[in-house]
Ligand binder design. Structure first.
Ligand code: FEO
Length: 394
């Protein structure tokens, strides 16, 4: 896709990755974009690059506007390789001696990724760079998404270049929120849940800091997906809501099954929760990708997890989702484990231990059913669902 002028003299020059379907374990079923921005001023300045495989597209876009050699400054807001994979080629074309601005941690991390002795200019939080009629201000945003992350703010244009924050994995010809409407929000929500969820407390602090600074914002330009120009506050408000993780009257019943007994339990539990006004969703873990599970988890107040016992342990899909969930540190969940077993029956105990380690409120020691649920077993599933429903907000 050709460059797009997003404001006078400021261009999107990034790359669209139409075909990526797995982004380090996240299902990007509608592709992604790697956004980079070129500011034409007295000192031509490039903000961020793209994944290595897309460096040609970035260079072609830059070359439509300027000779890459005329770029005076390169800014790297974040070291992760989806934004720096193309950096070596860019620096080679721009000039290896050109200043490369980044956070102090960015300097450290970039040096660990690239052997080149570039002309690093590590920035203090709050420092500024005059590039002509524009001033760029820098704000450290540690852990959003890596310790090196920072924002760049174009003061006169009131444009925030927000790196990973406020992004979405979405490949399309649209470049702006007003071209997408609300259809972009599920992508933004999934991105938040899978990338930024563990840093929710930091996001709330950051939003407070930005509010205090009273930064006017005409546009938010993340490094993935569309640019927020119609209503930048919409995504900020959504981030606050998602970061707060207020539990809803919603329950996920995550499970896998061997001979349908654990599945029967899951369906009875979900059905009973539904009868009690809970938005309950049974999710078979060989049908639902882990990244969609986590997205659903964002506003759920309860997570139930079921597994048969397989070779004295958990079903592999259940282990997978538990590992993934644990890393993303969701908050404010009530929980319980369930599952059928044949002889040893360790699975429920193993799940319960994981739930406790995740600091979920475990409201039952776990429901185990021997082989196949009979009437008594079905009743036990209904009772478990009732205990969960009683814990959820009305
Ligand atoms: Fe889009 Fe943390 O990289």
């Amino acid at each position: 896709m050709k460059p797009v002028e997003i404001a006078q003299g400021i261009y999107w020059v990034g790359a669209i990755d139409w075909n990526i379907r797995d982004f380090h374990g996240y299902s990007t079923y509608q592709g992604s974009t790697y956004n980079a921005f070129l500011i034409i001023d007295d000192q031509v300045t490039l903000i961020d690059t793209v994944k290595k495989e897309h460096a040609d597209q970035l260079l072609a876009n830059i070359s439509e506007l300027v000779d890459p050699k005329t770029i005076a400054n390169v800014i790297s807001n974040h070291t992760e390789m989806d934004h720096t994979g193309g950096l070596a080629r860019i620096m080679h074309r721009v000039g290896e001696d050109k200043p490369l601005y980044c956070s102090k941690m960015g300097h450290k991390n970039l040096s660990l990724h690239f052997p080149q002795k570039w002309n690093y200019k590590p920035l203090e939080d709050g420092s500024e760079l005059k590039i002509g009629k524009r001033t760029l201000a820098f704000m450290e945003t540690r852990m959003l998404h890596w310790p090196d992350s920072m924002f760049t703010y174009a003061k006169e244009d009131k444009i925030l270049f927000s790196s990973d924050a406020f992004g979405q994995h979405y490949a399309g010809l649209e470049r702006f929120d007003d071209q997408m409407g609300d259809a972009i929000m599920p992508h933004a929500k999934k991105y938040f849940a899978n990338i930024l969820l563990p840093y929710s407390p930091l996001i709330l602090k950051l939003v407070e800091k930005v509010k205090t600074m009273k930064l006017p914002m005409n546009m938010i330009c993340p490094d993935h997906g569309i640019i927020w120009r119609k209503d930048p506050m919409k995504i900020i408000k959504a981030y606050v809501e998602w970061s707060e993780q207020k539990p809803g009257r919603k329950a996920l019943v995550l499970y896998d099954t061997m001979w349908h007994s654990t599945e029967t339990m899951a369906e009875v539990i979900a059905e009973t929760l539904g009868e009690q006004g809970v938005d309950a969703k049974p999710m078979h873990l060989r049908s639902w990708h882990r990244s969609d599970v986590v997205t659903e988890c964002l506003d759920a107040g309860a997570i139930l997890i079921g597994s048969p016992t397989l070779n004295n342990g958990l079903f592999p899909t259940v282990s997978d989702v538990l590992t993934y969930l644990k890393g993303l540190k969701p908050l404010n969940k009530v929980s319980a484990a369930f599952g059928s077993y044949g002889w040893s029956g360790e699975a429920v105990k193993l799940i319960t231990k994981e739930l406790e380690e995740m600091k979920f409120k475990v409201i039952d020691p776990g429901l185990r059913i021997h082989y196949v649920p009979d009437n008594q077993g079905i009743e036990a599933c209904r009772n478990l669902a009732g205990k969960i429903a009683a814990e959820l907000p009305r």
